[in-house]
Design a binder for this molecule. Structure first.
Ligand code: SF4
Length: 227
């Protein structure tokens, strides 16, 4: 059965707001619709949410569901690192579209840094991530895809996620099955797990879905079941 990624990796929106300005940003739309902040282009930090990372029951968390890591203050990330160091049962993912603006170094085994790639011309982000962020784990999210990324250098990448356009534009732009299959084959050739997001099921069919998690995330889910 196809799984929803949000049931496996929960959003922990420590920061809300982003100046990147992607036209398809669902976070900005939600922010406006529910009047969460006055100006989405100015990131706001909610430190009280860090308490979730102190809970004994571990979790897999996406910390940038409504922001981009490149727009975070250094102090916000340091506070996250502090919690992750003290609470190694939790796994945290942080995503950016601007890895060229980052300068991060950490040896934390539970901090995962990723880039989003939406087209072939953005593949430079993988190399920029590895150059500017020295970390134990890297991941890539291919979503939404506007063209075929083609051959991708996935060396040192620990996980890839493949998705498609959602919302009002999904009828106009979608990930072609061949693109998803090619990315999956390239990742599997290197032993990298692949997760196709639930929206792809309408495009490629349930029987072709691949939904793999890194071992560390699977372990968290196992522990949660027994809590
Ligand atoms: S980087 Fe993410 S949060 Fe920022 S505008 Fe683009 S889609 Fe929205």
């Amino acid at each position: 059965m196809t799984q929803c990624i949000k049931d496996l990796i929960r959003n922990l929106n420590l920061v809300i707001g982003c100046p990147v300005g992607c036209s398809y940003c669902y976070a900005r739309n939600n922010c406006r619709r529910f009047h969460i902040t006055d100006d989405f282009s100015r990131p706001e930090y909610y430190p009280q949410k860090l308490q979730i990372l102190e809970r004994k029951k571990p979790g897999n968390w996406l910390l940038t569901g409504m922001s981009d890591l490149s727009a975070w203050n250094k102090e916000w990330l340091e506070a996250v690192f502090c919690r992750l160091r003290d609470n190694p049962g939790h796994q945290a993912l942080l995503l950016t579209k601007r890895p060229d603006l980052l300068q991060i170094s950490t040896d934390l085994p539970n901090a995962w840094f990723g880039v989003t790639v939406t087209r072939k011309s953005e593949l430079w982000r993988l190399q920029a991530l590895k150059e500017n962020v020295k970390a134990k784990h890297y991941h890539v999210t291919f979503e939404p895809l506007f063209d075929d990324p083609g051959e991708v250098d996935l060396s040192e990448i620990d996980w890839i996620v493949i998705g498609t356009m959602t919302g009002a534009m999904k009828k106009k732009v979608h990930t072609e099955p061949a693109w998803a299959y090619s990315l999956t084959a390239q990742a599997h050739a290197l032993g990298i797990p692949v997760f196709m997001k639930e929206d792809l099921v309408e495009i490629i069919g349930g029987e072709n879905m691949v939904q793999e998690l890194p071992g560390a995330f699977e372990s968290v889910l196992e522990v949660r079941k027994s809590c």
